[in-house]
Design a protein around this ligand. Structure first.
Ligand code: AMP
Ligand code: ZN
Ligand code: FE
Ligand code: FE
Length: 284
């Protein structure tokens, strides 16, 4: 039983439409797929409608947030599953994050233009069918000939962390995020916690505090984790009695990992489903 609990569609920065994504998931032999677009549930209806027979869809979202550690803010992603998408407090926060993301993408385009690197904002908007992110700005930069590849755009010379045209997101802190997910009946899994190649990561102390604040699981098997990072996370999950998941973080052809590249064990999946009260998986 192949279970992949982290994927993105065109509702955020993935390249497959939600119907294409669920059709590809079935073709790849998955039994369960979670759609976890950044800060939105907008793709879930279309995905459910197109769900092939035999495939189970887990409704979710990947929430952008931060944690304050000393005098610095570290950006985190928390996967929220099986929450009530209509619960107003959490829905309002997702909408706020999306609004800030659009403002911030526009600001990056302005900074680029002010330095003589014109990128058309209209083009960024056209590339983003839902939640706007740096991948859309990066794609517009490639089209405008500023950089040869999306990867180059994500470097420290451009819109990568610490880069001159990078603008941070305004997002809720992790404590509020975990409380919102719980209050909406959902379960939470810390996405790619030790993915050091993405930037600064938190230490085990923060994960221990997150567990005390209601975190349910850790995404251990993720393409951005090496063997050592996975071992340390698995040990931490055992200590803190957290569920461990594995997922591809599929974005379509823009990233190397295919659907089902990393997978979650059936008992871990079932533990998440029985803990959640806000929604149930959708059977095709
Ligand atoms: P944002 O949330 O708008 O700051 O953008 C972060 C998103 O960009 C995440 O979904 C990452 O998966 C994606 N991302 C990060 N680095 C790269 C890269 N080198 N190439 C393509 N996508 C990337
Ligand atoms: Zn993404
Ligand atoms: Fe993420
Ligand atoms: Fe993701």
């Amino acid at each position: 039983m192949t279970i992949d609990l982290h994927t993105h569609s065109t509702a955020s920065d993935g390249l497959d439409s939600p119907p294409d994504l669920v059709r590809r998931a079935a073709a790849a032999g998955l039994a369960v797929v979670a759609l976890t677009d950044h800060d939105t549930t907008a793709g879930l209806g279309q995905a459910a409608q197109a769900l092939p027979r035999g495939l189970v869809l887990v409704p979710g979202a990947e929430i952008s947030c931060y944690v304050q550690v000393g005098d610095r803010q570290i950006a985190l992603h928390v996967l929220a599953y099986l929450f009530d998408p209509a619960e107003p407090a959490f829905a309002a926060v997702r909408a706020e994050i999306r609004d800030h993301r659009a403002t911030r993408a526009r600001r990056m385009v302005e900074l680029l233009a002010a330095d003589g690197h014109p990128v058309r904002w209209e083009r960024v908007c056209a590339l983003a069918a839902g939640t706007v992110g740096r991948p859309h700005v990066a794609a517009a930069m490639v089209e405008a000939g500023l950089v040869p590849t999306i990867d180059a755009a994500f470097s420290r010379s451009w819109i990568g962390a610490g880069g001159p045209y990078h603008v941070g997101k305004q997002q809720p802190d992790v404590w509020r995020t975990l409380a919102l997910i719980r209050a909406a009946g959902g379960v939470s899994v810390f996405a790619h916690p030790f993915a050091s190649r993405r930037g600064v990561t938190v230490g085990p102390d923060v994960i221990e505090r997150m567990a005390a604040a209601g975190l349910h699981g850790l995404e251990v098997d993720h393409p951005d984790h090496d063997g050592d990072e996975r071992r340390r996370l698995r040990a931490l999950a055992a200590d803190l009695d957290l569920v461990t998941t594995g997922s591809s973080d599929y974005h379509g052809a823009s990233k190397p990992q295919g659907l089902g590249a990393e997978t979650t064990a059936r008992d871990a999946y079932e533990r998440l489903v029985t803990t959640a009260t806000g929604a149930t998986p959708v059977a095709g």
